[in-house]
Design a protein around this ligand. Structure first.
Ligand code: MOS
Length: 750
């Protein structure tokens, strides 16, 4: 029944986004676009201290303003329960304390009240008119990190995690006796998610039933968390997120503004909309943790690693447990007999830390790949060659074979496409058109696996197909991927496939996270299709008047939307819609599930994606002008279902990586603990003018361990390693090693 071998397969073809026309014509409804009769607007009141206690709240002036419906606070918001973690990726919430639960202020911008009014403008004015007094203590937003007191096993958002993350051999002793050593510390700053679309939520209750429009990367998880926070059964909660202006991980899980809007809607009996402001985006909706990572490497003069130690510390908020897993890729990426990865954490008066594109591994690989480059320089070995010399045969951290690893081919192809052999290693030695060139490179890795997913497919009497799954398209192309998958199995062209996503009423789907959505939905969609097609063939052999009466279902097949007898070939097929109309059936349907394999207890393979970046920077010392001028990226991410959207994902990640290397940093005011650059003028991100030509190559080897198509994921890996490649290129051009991101011009004026 499969059409996999056909040349008309939509898999692996450049396919434009099926939702593109809806987006460019303005038909696509983003969360804050939905409006409802009687809707009210909510604006939170934010704490202006980062450490202390709320003493008084004067709401009188605000309450008297015309058009104000309520000023909510601890005494009148009603009950909001805590959500609790469940095994796996169920009920994830990074800031568990419900809003207003106590009077303690733990970070700047923590919500202390909520103004609700007939218009947004009135709500904003009312929020501004609320007066709060505090007992204040000096906030701790110190940027230098020292690990706090923690037990050997820490309960994190991922469950209990040992601080000794990985160990083999005797790393200390091997380092002590290593002929060539490196001992350096690398720092990555706090970074703030700045998707174009702000966090937005609209809540409405109909008796005990809650409907929530929310800009979430996970409608199913959001439903579970809210059902617990409001003490209603899961089936009484529906969460809808049809289109997102991206999220970068910041929208994976619920933040405290969501239960505030839900509680306000409950108390007032009206729909309540709350849109977080750009400034608030820096405070209470997560950020990437600051990290400080000590790398110790030992090697032989011939370039064989003998010891690798990675000790990292990250900051986190006062009461949350987010784990920034910088060691995620350290233990398997290179062959080394003696290794130790260990971590600690430092609590600060800041909002909760969170997943941000490539959480853990991205800051982690900045440190490990930078250390590899510096070690190669000390050894006077080309950095590509140094990596080739330390290519592992298996995943040495767990003694498992890799499901599909072509890192060596990535390195060789990248070097060839970039022209790496022309590199002269001396710093400042390469010139072009009066500019000094710097060439650098680094490797990349990211997890692969599947979350659980369900899907439902309908084959309809008008010859169209509907495929439904409660996952989301956060701008990455998930609508299009599901259409391709449905088309692949039914032979119905893309324009006749309707994809329904972003609604918790649909069959359960995964978060749009971990770069796992595509790999997760493939088996579910294919099984749903198989069941729907079987159901269709039963109609074909049983409907009076059908030319297929008397056949068995297994004699028949579906191709290009037509049913035919296998023995007679596809030429004599009949469009499936004809049978359904004849049978007076609007549709047949099928359901399918795929099981979670990511983070499963007893894996048979070590599953990851791999890649590398080669980067050129230009440097003009006379005017201290540094630019990234050229990037070549090679990715080994399994089979690529849609190279067009795939390249786009990697290019976007490289652009973000330029920001990580050169621009992005959230800075906290030591006086009041506020993120001081909390706007798009002062928080600098890569813009078009900073983006160089980015050449992306996919190796396209199917990983048969992950799903039928061998497709892993590509959302995050493009950001892994790129900052190390850029800083290495900066060193090659300028002679300056910057080990604290972002690289600032003043670092280079030496
Ligand atoms: Mo990604 S940080 O899992 O959205």
């Amino acid at each position: 029944m499969s059409t996999t071998e056909q040349s008309t397969s939509p898999i692996g073809r450049d396919t434009q986004r099926i939702d593109g026309p809806r987006k460019v014509t303005g038909l696509a409804q983003y969360t804050s676009d939905f409006n409802f009769p009687g809707i009210l607007y909510a604006v939170p009141v934010e704490a202006t201290i980062a450490n202390g206690k709320l003493i008084t709240l004067d709401t009188a002036a605000a309450e008297k303003m015309p058009g104000v419906r309520a000023i909510f606070h601890r005494a009148n918001i009603g009950r909001i329960f805590r959500s609790t973690p469940a095994p796996g990726f169920e009920r994830v919430c990074l800031e568990r304390r419900p809003p207003f639960e106590d009077d303690v202020i733990r970070y700047y911008g923590q919500y202390v009240a909520l103004a609700v009014a007939d218009t947004f403008e009135t709500a904003k004015a009312a929020a501004d008119a609320v007066r709060a007094t505090y007992s204040k203590e000096k906030p701790n937003v110190e940027s230098r990190l020292e690990a706090g007191e923690d037990p050997d096993v820490v309960f994190t958002g991922y469950g209990p995690v040992p601080r000794l993350q990985s160990q083999r051999g005797d790393a200390e002793a091997a380092f002590a006796s290593a002929p060539v050593k490196l001992d350096e510390t690398y720092v990555t700053p706090a970074e703030t998610h700045n998707p174009l679309e702000l966090h937005s939520t609209t809540a409405m209750w109909d008796r005990e039933v809650l409907t929530l429009y929310d800009s979430t990367q996970g409608v199913v998880n959001m439903r579970s968390v809210l059902s617990q926070m409001f003490g209603v059964p899961k089936e009484n909660v529906r969460v809808i997120a049809k289109f997102l202006g991206s999220g970068f991980g910041g929208k994976l899980y619920p933040w405290t503004h969501v239960p505030l809007a839900v509680a306000a809607a409950r108390e007032l009996g009206k729909p309540v909309k709350l849109v977080v402001s750009r400034r608030m985006m820096f405070q209470a909706v997560g950020h990437r943790a600051r990290t400080q990572q000590r790398m110790r490497l030992g090697a032989t003069p011939e370039g064989k690693l003998v010891s690798l130690q990675h000790d990292y510390i990250y900051h986190l908020s006062m009461i949350d447990h987010y784990h920034e897993d910088c060691g995620e890729a350290t233990a398997f990426h290179y062959s080394v007999p003696n290794l130790r990865v260990h971590w600690g954490r430092a609590r600060r008066n800041i909002g909760a830390t969170a997943d941000m594109r490539g959480p853990g591994a991205v800051p982690g690989l900045y440190a490990t790949e930078s250390a590899m480059n510096e070690m190669a320089e000390r050894l006077k070995i080309d950095p590509v060659q140094f990596r080739l010399l330390n290519e592992p045969k298996i995943d040495e951290s767990v003694n498992l074979p890799f499901s599909s690893r072509h890192y060596v081919e990535c390195l060789n192809l990248g070097a060839e496409k970039f022209g790496w052999s022309k590199r002269t290693p001396a710093t400042g030695s390469m010139k072009r058109d009066g500019l000094t060139l710097g060439w650098g490179m680094a490797g990349a890795a990211w997890i692969a696996g599947r979350f659980a997913a369900d899907a439902n497919m309908q084959l309809r009497d008008d010859g169209t197909v509907r495929i439904a799954c409660a996952t989301q398209d956060i701008g990455t192309g998930t609508y299009t991927i599901l259409a391709q998958l449905a088309s692949e199995k039914t032979g119905v062209p893309l324009e006749k496939v309707e994809v329904e996503l972003g609604d918790s009423a649909l069959p359960d789907g995964p978060i749009s996270g971990g770069s796992l959505a595509t790999s997760s939905v493939i088996p579910a969609v294919f099984k749903a299709a198989d069941q729907a097609i079987t159901s269709l063939l039963i109609v074909a052999i049983s409907t009076p008047g059908s030319p297929f009466l008397g056949h068995k279902p297994e004699d028949l097949a579906l191709q290009d939307g037509r049913i035919f007898v296998k023995a007679e070939g596809a030429g004599k097929g009949v469009p499936f819609g004809d049978f359904l109309r004849q049978a007076n059936a609007r549709f047949v349907s099928g359901s399918g599930s795929s099981e979670q394999t990511a983070f499963a207890p007893h894996p048979k393979f070590s599953m990851h994606s791999y890649g590398c970046h080669f980067v050129e920077v230009t440097w003009q010392p006379e005017i201290a002008r540094l630019r990234v001028s050229r990037v070549v990226t090679v990715m080994d991410a399994g089979r690529i279902l849609n190279p067009l959207t795939g390249r786009n994902q990697i290019q976007g990640a490289v652009v973000m990586g330029i920001g990580m290397a050169l621009f992005e940093e959230t800075t906290y005011d030591p006086q009041n603990g506020a993120p001081i650059n909390s706007n798009l003028a002062d928080y600098i991100m890569t813009v078009n003018a900073d983006a160089p030509p980015i050449e992306v190559h996919f190796l396209d080897y199917p990983d048969k361990e992950i799903n039928e198509l061998g497709a892993r994921g590509i959302g995050e890996i493009g950001l892994a390693g790129i900052a190390a490649a850029i800083t290495d290129a900066v060193h090659h051009a300028t002679g300056v090693r910057v080990r604290e991101l972002p690289v600032k011009i003043e670092n280079l004026l030496v």
